[in-house]
Design a protein around this ligand. Structure first.
Ligand code: ARG
Length: 446
């Protein structure tokens, strides 16, 4: 039977153990590195306030760093009779150091341990996401510039509407990602506050130095109020999920556009052959499965805020075991998001626009507004010009003039891609990645 950190005179049955541990033994492994980081900071602080001697701290840090090396090499696992990552790390220390290992839990609880683990882990994941979003936005902007002179039909109601261009289409998604970056930044800043020291959710009678652990872990500041720090569990995940969902919304729309435009009936673009899959029966097929899977995964990701909300909905303040279940939907979401971002970037880099689309007469009518505007510019009142052209179309007499001159900001001839790039760059500067990296490195290397 399992030994628990909290074990006293009775033991839970194996069935109860299986049910309460749930998927922690598998999922908590993802948090292991963060758990050790939290312990490195916490123990350094314990020594500072006199709850560990400097020799004890040296021994603890030596062993924590050796556990960290094992984790990084992929040789860390949570043993079958151990509840979670927090118990496993403490057990390893106690096996190696005896009583000294048992001292590291002074002034904290697994409740603030899991809080800090999730914050450190999510902070790292968000950095990856931000960097991948930036890469994709840069690719979209580069391709937008490369293909800015190739016109394509624009649609409303899926009816041919007005001239658009590849430059406009690709740049739109870059600007969408720039707005999504605002959500990522808000989420990052909320994550980048230190909950450690809130212990079970009500602080501790030890004179712990929370400012010190905040600085050691590279957090921007702490979650001051210990009750609020605990309330951040679930709230943080939900808000991060909203940021992921807004990126996913952009990606799902892009994926659908690309599938549609790649269809033979549209043939606006060709996806690279190596990004399509074949059919077991139809020898001619080149299916856009990659973008279809991106679309589905990104639609699924947009359910994440709701999933988190429903798990934590109506909980009062204070810790509840309900919160453990959030990890099951939250942790795997990041790999999926990153996969989708990498795949999309790969395809967009190789996408091949069709330069001949407008030779097809079915798109002639999208130049009707150009003609109306030309006449209006020559002095015909707009409504009269509109009617004249409308009647010509009805009589089959409309002949399109395909030379177009759109010059206002954000239009075909003036994409403002450098403004969009500038917005992205400015946002990126608002993430303190380097400070965080330096702090973590210092903690890990001593
Ligand atoms: N596995 C737990 C979780 O994710 C860790 C915290 C356990 N705390 C407790 N009071 N049972 O929430």
């Amino acid at each position: 039977m399992a030994t628990k950190l909290w074990q006293k005179s009775f033991v839970p049955t194996d069935e109860i153990d299986r049910f309460t541990v749930g998927r922690d033994r598998e999922l908590d492994v993802l948090l292991a590195e963060s758990d050790v980081l939290g312990s490195l900071a916490h123990t350094q602080m314990l020594e500072h306030i006199g709850l560990l001697t400097s020799d004890e701290l040296t021994a603890i840090h030596r062993e924590l760093r050796s556990i960290l090396a094992d984790i990084r090499q992929g040789c860390f696992k949570i043993e079958d009779d151990v509840e979670d990552v927090h118990s496993e790390v403490e057990l390893l220390l106690t096996r190696r150091l005896g009583d000294v290992g048992k001292k590291i839990h002074s002034g904290r609880s697994r409740n603030d341990q899991v809080l800090v683990d999730l914050k450190l882990w999510t902070r790292r994941q968000l950095r990856d996401i931000v960097e991948l979003v930036k890469t994709l936005a840069d690719t979209l902007l580069a391709q937008s510039e490369a293909y800015k002179d190739i016109l394509m039909p624009g649609y409303t109601h899926l009816q041919v509407a007005m001239p658009s261009s590849f430059g406009l289409w690709l740049g739109a998604y870059a600007e969408s990602l720039a707005d999504d970056m605002l959500f990522l930044q808000a989420a990052y800043r909320m994550v980048n506050r230190n909950p450690l020291g809130s212990a079970a959710g009500y602080g501790s009678s030890f004179p712990i130095d929370r400012q010190m652990t905040t600085a050691l872990l590279g957090f921007e500041s702490m979650n001051y109020n210990v009750v609020y720090a605990q309330m951040g569990r679930g709230k943080t995940e939900r808000n991060v999920a909203f940021a992921l969902a807004t990126v996913a919304g952009t990606m799902a729309k892009l994926a659908f556009d690309a599938c549609l435009f790649n269809s033979q009936n549209f043939a606006f673009l060709k996806l690279p052959d190596d990004c399509t899959t074949g059919s077991s029966i139809m020898p001619h097929k080149k299916n856009p499965d990659v973008f279809e899977l991106i679309r589905a995964k990104c639609n699924k990701l947009q359910a994440l805020p709701q999933q988190v909300t429903l798990i934590m909905n109506n909980l009062p303040s204070g810790y509840f075991r309900d919160l453990q279940i959030i990890k099951e939907v939250f942790l795997p979401a990041f790999e999926e998001m990153k996969d989708c971002l990498r795949m999309t970037n790969y395809i967009i880099e190789r996408i091949q626009p069709n330069r001949q689309i407008l030779d097809d007469t079915r798109y002639d009518l999208m130049f009707s507004v150009e003609e109306v505007n030309r006449r209006a510019a020559d002095g015909v009142p707009f409504r009269d010009a509109y009617r004249q052209v409308g009647l010509e179309i009805e009589a089959g007499a409309f002949r399109p003039q395909k030379e177009i001159h759109h010059t206002h900001a954000g239009s075909i001839g003036n994409l403002c891609n450098s403004e969009i790039a500038e917005r992205l760059n400015q946002l990126l500067q608002g993430f303190p990645f380097q400070q965080v990296e330096d702090a973590e490195k210092k903690l890990c290397e001593g």
